[in-house]
Design a protein around this ligand. Structure first.
Ligand code: PEP
Ligand code: MG
Length: 590
């Protein structure tokens, strides 16, 4: 193994969880140089023949890769790429440029890519203003065009020069989906460090689907890393260490081995209910930001989607997503989830989480025009979403969730808006469900305190502890300087939760929790004791929480909660709960 002199630490975006350690295999991808020249008219026929042959070859190559992959998401992506390669629009567009503007075939393919991708809503990969859906299609389309250009130039197609050694950490500027699919499916890759991309890029999606730890957006990784040096990466934190010290190596390797055997053990219970030993069942669902996360939800035993944060459809783009874009996202999730519940939250934008052109300049964005307040000020925003939700309402088991409800009037107004959107669609002859269960997020102390009354006017609650704790303890959840005061076990938080659950029970409705507190196994017994019906979390957290619930009894959990709430200070409560959990579940404490 090569060891380079200095330890280098890079920070990226955690894209697929898990720790990985191995030797780097650096893929320095540079976009194929495209020769550009004008043809003589008599060269047109020959150029069209070259174009045809290169396109057919691309389709054949994609078929061969597809056949080597078997079932799974990676195969579907390659199917889509193959269809793009054979799409007459690409062929006809490039052929027209050859015939009419006398461009050589490589140039014509690139120009066609540019023209079509501009129509799809952006100019090139990575630009602000892209939306996730079209960005992914454009990435696929660009890879197909790259492939055709490579074929025209007679270059070897794969950017991976030779086989990747078993156990490698692949470090790349950008990894085309076809290469990523082959690599990840080969089982030879332990981890990925990619300079380009985001959580939605196909490589990240594939890494998550195939459970390969991955960090993206890691600037300068290719420049700083050489093939053969040791690399450690943490897909939960986004940390990448090139040439770690010996003691760090040992630490990472031990953590990896522990996590691996724990994960495997935990997944054995995937299909079992999260039922306590005295018969109390809690439903375990998942939070998602993108439809592409659904396979991971299912593979971790998620019983439904407890929270789909639709605001991710709005970010990093100039224009608002259309009703059809909403509909496509919702229907793909509902279809993939079958009859399992899918809870779609109406957009929770606000403060700096706004589409460009709608930016506010509030002094306290967290206390400002966000979530339901924003959509009630701009009803057209809500109407688009409401129409898409009704259009998707007959596909699966849809539930709607309203964020940041503080006043009962907000709930009533949202109901009236939803009813109006339904009436519009019915008048247009669109088939919609009779009703969709409507939930309220409990994210403000006001909502928690009025739960008994709110509960009479909605079908379920979902407690958003991320905000509820922020507003209860007056701790800005974004502010590093007060992060140590962000404490879920503060007595005030526990009392509010208790009060809220009491209100829900009085109103006869179910309560879910979808804040981060729900996915931390250290809090699972406290939440069980409080009487939560559903916990919704990142898919990878589901097995750990299930382990705790299946290893406990409701009566124990209640006794533990009572004892915890008898202390006054947060430190005492924390110490007690953590000691109890470590005693009962030593394997999770590590
Ligand atoms: C929450 O506040 O707990 C929640 C789930 O919503 P978000 O994190 O999207 O604000
Ligand atoms: Mg929130």
């Amino acid at each position: 193994m090569l060891r380079s002199a200095a330890v280098i630490r890079l920070a990226g975006i955690p894209a697929s969880p898990g720790v990985a350690l191995g030797q780097a295999f650096v893929v320095d991808r540079r976009r194929a140089r495209v020769p550009r020249y004008h043809l003589e008219p008599e060269g047109i026929a020959r150029e069209l023949a070259r174009l045809n042959a290169a396109t057919r070859l691309a389709a054949d190559q994609l078929t061969a890769i597809r056949e080597s992959l078997g079932e799974g998401e990676q195969g579907l992506i390659l199917d889509a790429q193959k269809m793009m390669a054979m799409d007459p629009t690409l062929q006809a567009g490039a052929a027209a440029l050859v015939e009419e503007e006398l461009l050589n075939a490589e140039w014509a393919v690139r120009r066609t890519f540019r023209d079509i991708s501009e129509k799809l809503g952006g100019s090139s990969k990575g630009d602000a203003g892209e939306d996730a859906f079209f960005a992914e299609r454009r990435n696929d389309f660009e890879e197909v065009c790259d492939r055709i250009v490579h074929n025209l130039a007679g270059e070897a197609q794969s950017l991976l020069a030779g086989p990747v050694p078993d156990g490698s950490i692949v470090v790349a500027y950008d990894l085309p989906t076809a290469d990523a699919a082959v690599l990840l499916a080969s089982g030879r890759v332990r981890g990925l460090v990619i300079e380009f991309g985001s959580k939605t890029s196909h490589t990240s999606i594939l890494a998550r689907a195939l459970e390969v730890p991955c960090v993206v957006g890691t600037e300068q990784a290719v420049e700083k890393c050489k093939t053969g040096v040791v690399v450690a990466l943490d897909g939960d934190t986004g940390e990448v260490v090139i040439s770690p010290e010996q003691n760090e190596l040992q630490r990472v390797e031990a953590a990896r081995l522990r996590a691996e055997s724990r994960g495997a053990l935990l997944l054995e219970q995937r299909d079992l209910p999260a039922c306590t030993q005295d018969g109390r069942t809690v439903s375990l669902c998942a939070n998602i930001e993108f439809p592409e996360e659904v396979p991971s939800v299912l593979s971790h035993g998620g019983e439904g989607i407890g929270l789909y944060r639709t605001e991710f459809l709005y970010l990093n783009r100039e224009e608002l997503p259309s009703e059809d874009e909403h509909f496509r996202a919702y229907s793909s999730i509902l279809t993939a989830m079958g009859n399992r519940p899918v809870t779609i939250r109406t957009l929770d934008l606000g403060g700096d989480k706004l589409p460009i052109g709608h930016r506010s300049h509030e002094a306290n964005p967290a206390l400002g025009l966000r979530a339901i307040r924003l959509t009630q000020k701009h009803p057209a925003l809500f109407r688009t979403q409401a129409r898409a939700l009704w259009r998707a309402s007959r596909i699966g088991n849809l539930r709607i969730l309203l964020p940041m409800i503080t006043f009962i009037a907000e709930l009533r107004e949202a109901k009236a808006q939803l009813a109006a959107a339904r009436a519009e669609l019915v008048a247009e002859g669109v088939a919609v469900a009779d009703e969709i269960p409507l939930g309220v997020m409990i994210e403000t102390p006001a909502a928690a305190m009025c739960a008994d009354r709110l509960g009479l006017e909605c079908d379920f609650f979902s407690i958003g502890t991320n905000d509820l704790i922020q507003y209860t303890l007056a701790i800005d959840r974004q502010n590093r300087d007060v992060a140590h005061l962000y404490r879920p076990l503060h007595l005030a938080v526990l009392r509010l939760l208790h009060h809220c659950l009491g209100g829900a029970r009085a109103a006869g409705i179910e309560v879910s929790m979808c804040g981060e507190m729900a996915g931390d196994p250290a809090y699972a017994l406290v939440l069980l004791g409080l009487g939560i019906d559903t916990l919704s979390m990142s898919p990878a957290d589901i097995p750990k929480v299930k382990r705790v619930l299946r290893g406990a009894t409701l009566s124990d959990a209640k006794a533990m909660l009572d004892a915890a709430m008898s202390f006054g200070s947060t430190e005492e409560i924390e110490k007690f709960v953590h000691a109890e959990m470590a005693r009962r579940f030593p394997e999770l404490a590590s």
